[in-house]
Design a binder for this molecule. Structure first.
Ligand code: ADP
Ligand code: MG
Length: 140
């Protein structure tokens, strides 16, 4: 399998609970490398732009409010099949349906406040990585 990069975001519910290190340990244990990382406090408009694909969904406003409530940690994960591997380590969108041992099962509160974001395809990963990082900020 090819080495890939994917965008990960540690969401406000998790930074509020001081879980950055515990969550990143899960990625590293799974063989993913953190090759870029920044902590930032998104504005509601920035969160809205990032999640624009969901703008017709009923939860869009709630999602943008939540994502701009507290700091997030945006990061690039690198590894073999990183897009799918990250999604596996994250667990299902709804923590109630997530497998045992996944980040969302362990740490998330609800389908909305679910601790982590991960790109869903290599194509979207490239777009999402470019939203947060310049090429020179990614050091593999
Ligand atoms: P994922 O993050 O697993 O890729 P989606 O892309 O479907 O999930 O949704 C993006 C984000 O929107 C979710 O991670 C979650 O924070 C929020 N979300 C999804 N579905 C709901 C819902 N039914 N109610 C509230 N928030 C939701
Ligand atoms: Mg998604």
């Amino acid at each position: 399998m090819a080495v890939e990069r994917t965008l990960s975001i540690i969401k406000p519910d998790a930074t509020e609970k001081n879980l950055t290190g515990k969550i990143n340990a899960k990625f590293e244990e799974a063989g993913l490398r953190i090759v870029a990382q920044k902590r930032l406090h998104l504005t509601k408009a920035q969160a809205g732009k990032f999640y624009e694909v969901h703008k017709e969904r009923g939860f869009y406003d709630e999602l943008c409010e939540f994502m701009s409530r507290s700091p997030v940690v945006a990061q690039v994960l690198e590894g073999e099949g990183a897009v799918a591997k990250n999604r596996e380590v994250m667990g299902a969108t709804n923590p109630a349906e997530a497998d045992e041992g996944t980040i969302r099962k362990l740490f998330a509160d609800s389908i909305g406040e679910n601790s982590v974001h991960g790109s869903d395809s290599a194509e979207n990963a490239a777009i999402e990585i470019a939203y947060f990082f310049a090429g020179t900020e990614i050091v593999g």
